[in-house]
Every structure is written in C-alpha cells, then in structure tokens.
Design a protein around this ligand. Structure first.
Ligand code: UFG
Length: 345
C-alpha cells in the first residue's frame, strides 16, 4: 500500500517540487492550499511531469473547522509536510499581524488536528533566517539563534518552538525542521517554478525578469560589506535538490530512523556565493548581460551566511547535486517559458 503524505502549500514553489519528488518516490500526495500565492492548475503540471494528479483541497488552514473536516475525510494520512505560509520578508514588516495569524494559527490548527487523528510525523519548512548573522561560518544547526529581524523570520522561530514543545509534551510526535538556505531555479521540465507576486523581492527572479526585459535594471543592495567583493553572500541551492530532502526527511520519520523526536537540519550547498558571483553565473548560462546598479544596503539584510550541511549529508544521506550554474539555467528556462505562454495567451 502506498503511504499518503499531506503537503500543505503543495501548489506553491517548494511544495509543488516536493509533491513531484514524493510521487516519483511512490507516495500518494494530497495537497491543502488556499491558492493565496499559487494556482490550482499546478496540480495538472504535476500530473504532466509524474503521470499522477495529486488531490487538491482548497481551503485556509486558519479555519479550524475546515481542518477538522479534512482529517475526518482523509483518514489514511501517514505524515505531513507543512509549507503553507506567507513568506515575503518586506511585506511582513508592514503586516505583522497577518503574518503571525496566518503562519502560526495554521501551524497550531494542523498540529492539533494531527494529534487528534493519531498522525505523528511532521516536517516543517523553516529557514536559515533563524540564525541572523552567525558568529561562525559555515553555520551549524547548534549555532545560537538570533532575535528575528522581521515578523516573517519570527514566525519561523516561533513555529520551530511550537513544534519542539509539542514533541516534548507528546512523545508520540516526531518532527523535523528543515532550515532552508536560498532556494532557486525550477523543475527541469519548466512546467513548475516560482511565480513571484508583483515586483520580486528575491535576487534570482529579479535577475531573470531583468534579463527578459521586464525590469530596467537590477539594484544591488550594497557593495560595502565585509566580503571579498563587498556584496552579500548566500548559499543558493537548486529547488529540486531541496525538494528531495523533504522526501528523505519524511521517510526517516515514517521508518523511525530519527535520533530524537525533534530534529533540525540545514539544507544548503555549503558554498557561499556573492550577489555579484550569482549575476556572473546567470550571465554565463544565459549569454545575457545584466544591467545593474549598486544602491544602498537593504535594511535587515544579513552580510554573509552559508550552511554547514554535514549533518544532513551524514544523517539524511542527502546532498545537493546541482551546481549554481545548473540551477540558474533552470531559473532562466522557466522565466522564458512563462513569458512565452503569456504572449500566446
Ligand atoms: N538582492 C539584491 N537585489 C535584489 C534582491 C536581492 O541585491 O533585487 C540581494 C540581497 O541584498 C541579498 C541577496 O541578494 O544579499 C539575496 O536576497 P534574497 O532576497 O534573494 O534572499 P534573502 O537571503 O534576503 O532571503 C531569503 C528568503 C527568505 C529567508 C532568508 C533567510 O527569501 O525567505 O533568505 O536569510 F528568510
């Protein structure tokens, strides 16, 4: 019998790639999504890639009644991977209550319903933002957490705490928080990828939109940081590599191979890449020169962070396989594909 995994936010960027990998690994997938930041048609794209269309239930996880109704209907769920959340750092500063309500109420409702329905295995979408600016690089999972610099970041810290406390109070509950570094790129089929709403906040969608001619220029937020070329350093990983980590994490829980009831893993490549190097990578794979301008620092930006992924390498048997250039190439292929489609429409 195939095991069924609930993927919340499964039509979103990382959720859709993870749904593909789960199906390809022989799992059944049921998705809950309120389509706030994604489209229902993504399940058809997942079907085009895998041959299987996941079940999609459209509702908001903040609605406790609907969450309970869902679990009454789907009684055979083995584990939950929870992506559904708001994720725009800048927006969270202006709408903190929306972020706290949405990201935390949904989490509490979900954990509560899982407990009531005897579902114990939980994988959480966390972020390297919980580290702030670490003293030591590359950063390991036991590095002290810093006060969050945005309400969004705080929802990830508080979310992790809620989950850890739940595993302490109920020894049946097993959970893994996955701290993502910077996911980029798209599925090699170019059928799924990221759809930023409005002007992109993140670097790679801004680069690809500039290359396509949708933006006049890319603004580089600061070149006076204490880094080799003065621009900020991040750890960019291919979203398909990231998606695969969720499959190994959920299998680890289902098969009871976890060392502790609550575990945390860094998911990154281990390589620090500057903004200027990321642009060069894009230019190499696309053959297009990016028009950019150096402007002032973006408030809240971390100077430099990259992962020590050795715990995930060893314990999950997971590591990134794609290079930065390969990931950039898929980001560019995806950008071109969605724009072509818009032209045809
Ligand atoms: N950057 C630019 N110009 C842009 C956009 C970004 O120079 O137009 C720079 C940023 O200053 C930063 C780097 O590119 O140095 C990466 O910025 P992103 O916005 O792509 O990513 P962040 O590292 O700021 O944020 C990401 C996720 C968050 C997460 C955070 C954790 O988007 O969800 O990592 O550090 F919380």
């Amino acid at each position: 019998m195939k095991k069924k995994i609930l993927v919340t936010g499964g039509t979103g960027y990382i959720g859709s790639h993870t749904s593909v990998e789960l199906i390809e690994e022989g799992f059944d997938v049921v998705i809950i999504d309120n389509l706030y930041n994604s489209e229902a048609g993504v399940v058809d794209k997942i079907q085009n890639i895998t041959g299987v269309k996941p079940v999609l239930e459209v509702f908001d996880l903040c609605d406790k009644g609907k969450v309970d109704t869902f679990f009454n209907k789907h009684t055979d769920i083995s584990a939950v991977i929870h992506f559904a959340a708001y994720k725009a750092v800048g927006e969270s500063v202006n709408k903190p209550l929306d972020y706290y309500r949405n990201n935390l109420m949904s989490l509490v409702n979900l954990l509560d319903a899982m407990q009531h329905n005897g579902i114990h295995d939980f994988v959480f979408s966390s972020s390297c933002t919980v580290y702030g600016q670490p003293d030591k690089l590359p950063v390991t999972e036991d590095a002290p957490l810093q006060p969050a610099t945005s309400p969004y970041g705080n929802t990830k810290q508080v979310g992790e705490t809620i989950i850890r406390d739940t595993t302490v109070s109920d020894k049946n509950v097993k959970a893994i928080s996955l701290r993502y570094f910077n996911p980029i790129g798209a599925h090699p089929s170019s059928l799924i990828g990221e759809f930023p709403k409005g002007v992109p906040e993140n670097l790679v969608p801004f680069i690809t939109q500039t290359a396509y001619g949708l933006r006049d220029e890319l603004k580089i937020f600061g070149n006076d940081y204490d880094t080799p070329d003065g621009s900020c350093i991040r750890d960019y990983l291919h979203v398909v590599d990231l998606a695969k980590a969720h499959v190994v994490a959920v299998k680890r829980l289902i098969e009871g191979r976890n060392l502790k009831n609550y575990e945390v893993f860094n998911l990154g490549t281990g390589n620090g890449v500057s903004v200027l190097d990321a642009i060069k990578s894009f230019e190499r794979v696309s053959g297009i020169k990016i028009k950019y301008r150096i402007v002032g620092r973006r408030p809240g930006d971390i100077e430099k962070i990259w992962a020590d992924p050795s715990f995930a390498n060893k314990e999950l048997g997971w590591k990134t396989l794609s290079s930065l250039d390969e990931a950039m190439k898929t980001a560019w292929d995806w950008e071109k594909k969605i724009r072509e489609k818009k032209k045809d429409a």
